[in-house]
Design a protein around this ligand. Structure first.
Ligand SMILES: [Zn+2]
Length: 290
């Protein structure tokens, strides 16, 4: 839990860095630093893709504007096997968190207005009291977007949000770090090139930590919450858990999820093919061990 919330100290929220992620719920390798050749720089003006949308904060009741996506501009470019959506030239995931610049309340758009009065009180006490505003931005780079996700996760912990909400934030943060790696490789995200290998290694480690937290949280949520969960039906969530458990080499959980999923009727044929591939990989691993 150390690194994925580190940096919040600068916003006056250092105490959150030590808090444990799941549990509280409202009753209900060595890296070499060789410089790497700079890919040709590709600059996309993100102002084309966003506009300033008005919101009223449900915690401090002030009006503010935050960037929102022009959906008509998005050009889908496929998905990863674990359903991370991809888009040409622009990553809308960076803008999914809404942050109130006055009180520090932050949440994914789908959860922003779903806050109970007791939870708003917890945010005022646990976040707003110490919150130091971020510099205002019309568009974000990945680091600026990540801080907003960290704040959303900190808020979810403070307001004792559902495990599914925290797990979903971790999943999206992991996906965003994966997108950041791709953006760096494509020359669309600026970094200090001499730190290239170290940065990529850290992104990989943080992605793994976040995916692991996401899986833990979703497994807990599956026992206590009902579907749809964060907009996902049971099959979709189990599929995402399965693919990421495999990625993290958690073979017992992968197997458990495969057994649940492969007997279900109505599974999307493309997803079913991916699952069969995973099952095959597992079988081969077992053979190697034998
Ligand atoms: Zn506010």
């Amino acid at each position: 839990m150390s690194s994925i919330l580190s940096g919040l100290k600068d916003l006056g929220l250092g105490n959150l860095e030590k808090k444990s992620l799941f549990g509280e719920e409202e009753k209900q390798a060595e890296v070499k630093n060789e410089p790497v050749q700079q890919p040709e720089k590709k600059q996309i003006d993100e102002h084309e893709y966003v506009f300033a949308k008005s919101h009223t904060c449900p915690v401090c009741f002030k009006d503010f504007k935050a960037p929102a996506i022009r959906q008509s501009k998005l050009r889908p470019a496929g998905m990863d096997k674990d359903l991370r959506p991809k888009f040409k030239n622009f990553d809308p995931m960076k803008y999914d968190v809404i942050l109130c610049p006055y009180c520090g309340y932050a949440a994914l758009g789908r959860f922003f207005h779903n806050i109970t009065p007791p939870q708003a009180k917890l945010v005022r006490e646990g976040i707003s009291r110490n919150f130091k505003p971020l510099p205002e931005r019309e568009v974000f780079n990945y680091d600026e977007a990540f801080v907003r996700y960290q704040l959303a996760l900190g808020n979810a912990m403070v307001k004792r949000g559902k495990n599914s909400e925290k797990a979903y934030l971790c999943l999206k943060m992991a996906w965003m770090l994966r997108s950041k790696k791709e953006a760096i490789e494509a020359g669309m995200e600026e970094i200090d090139r001499k730190d290239y290998l170290q940065i990529m290694e850290e992104l990989e480690q943080d992605e793994t930590e976040l995916l692991s937290n996401a899986i833990d949280g979703f497994m807990t949520a599956r026992q206590s919450e009902s579907f749809p969960m964060c907009g996902m039906d049971e099959v979709t969530l189990d599929y995402i858990i399965c693919m990421n458990a495999m990625k993290l080499k958690n073979y017992d959980l992968t197997n458990q999820m495969l057994n649940v999923l492969l007997v279900r009727s109505g599974l999307n044929p493309h997803l079913k093919d991916n699952l069969i591939e995973v099952k095959e990989e597992l079988r081969n691993l077992k053979k190697e061990d034998a």
